[in-house]
Design a protein around this ligand. Sequence first.
Ligand code: ZN
Length: 591
Amino acid sequence: MVASEEKHRFRSHKNTSIVKFAGVILTLLTISLVFFKDKFNFEASTEIHQDTDTSFLDKVQDFNILGKDKCPLSVPLTPTFEKYDLNNIFGNETFIDLAAEKLSGAIKINTSIGDKPPSPKENIDYWAPFFEFHEYLEQAFPLVHEKLVLEKVNEVGLLYKWEGSNPDLKPMLFMAHQDVVPVNEKTLDQWKYPAFSGYYDKEEQMIWGRGSLDCKNLLIAELHTLEVLLEQGFVPKRTILLSLGFDEESSGVHGASSLSKHLLNTLGPDSIYSVIDEGAGFSKITDKFFIAYPILNEKGRVDVKITVDGHGGHSSNPPLSGHTNIGILAKIISLMEDTGFENQYSEQNSLWQFLECIAKYDDELDPKFREVILKRDVSSYYKEKLLKTLSSLMEFKDLIKTSQAFDIVSGGVKANALPEDAYAVVNHRIDFGSSVKEVLERDLEMAKVIAKTYEYGLAMEDKVIIPETANGMIKVEQFGDAVEPAPISPQNDVYDIFKKTIYNTFVNGVMKDNKDDEITFVVSPNSVTLNTDTQYYWNLTSNIYRFQFLEFNTKVIKSLHSVNEAIGSQHHASTIGFLYDYVLNVNEYHS
Ligand SMILES: [Zn+2]
């Protein structure tokens, strides 16, 4: 048990620590800021600032003043549960091995799914490996299956309920998905250990295989946490729910969608205390500086289909304009790609908070970069400069604007026949401050330019904008489902408990044997370009945290959805440590 003087010790040495940082930043699915810094140096040295408000800005040169209220440190919140024992999770090899074995067993069952899996009602056989997976869970977590109520939603979805003693409290909800992405046959020989071996290398302390990071690790950690709490005789005041989807890798249309509907029907809107699902973790920037970065919002997404519907004919006599319908489609694609989307400074983007933390605590960060981050609020010059720098970097460019990627194109049937029609589908990930409507309208504008230039009609969905011409018609329409950018989770009292719990797991778990006073740890929200199953849960709570307590390093990031996916057994245990702390803290301090 960690007493309160322990907390104070950490806080006070935080206050006196001299922070020294350099180096590498990992955001979720991004690589390194070494590259970022180099690039920035290059950019900064090739451009001289000629801004007219220099005199004003010179007055605020002091970065300490600019960064004063940014990225405040916090204090660890330690549970006082009588059986509380974080050391058993972090320092006990037997426990770590046991946790690794449980994860290993889960990886061995191949629950990979394709792009458009059938619904369980349509084809239950498709989901057979998932039923085997359910049996495995039953055997691996006997107490959970004895004490909790388990409901199967849409046949394959799992909803566990641990009834709390106080029915007036909103339940806390944990999520994860049972499915994994398939393994590319061509890469099978590149795996160090077979992809579905779940091989646990005790020497190296690594568990290998598909799903070890995305995200059977989280699913197993959640169940294991509840198993530990049950073993310790813990009685929750607040009901604990576990909602495990089965097709996250194909947008959750059968799994998370039906699980969330079921929860909404039985509990009603805004009925959940908080949701934790897969997301980012924490990273070591230098030996002295660590940052955890839960994801508090997600970009939206929409696919748009653009069809050029005209006339065919013999290809020996092509159109007067010189462009077939395929050519016209190519013009639209080309215009859209050349134009791109503008960089946006959306207030809703958590990336700014993340960068502020880096600017404040990384003393070795290029001063020019620090300047751009910290002064962006006082001068539009710096705001532009920051956007420009980020937009030139592969890892950041899509966090500051709507993206577009043409992923499907089709047209023509025969080499000597003019194509009657042609279509393309473009995938957009929508910027935090934008909307599905705005993106559709922009694509329509692009198509309009080509329609006018080459004399085609134009329609958006069923609405005719330019009547059909002798050449034909260009149609712009939404293709499949769309998702608006997620509402940003508020940094309220619920977030405060969550954040202080992260501090606790770090200080009293990860760093329990490290007495280095100079280490600084911060928690900052960040953004991602991807979507998770949480897109279906917005009506249940605004407190959605996409976070797994796990160290994200280059190795981890490279292996996501790729070859040699593997997780350190210590890292897996740390995820359990955090969930254990969080359940206890929420029950103690917020119940
Ligand atoms: Zn995932």
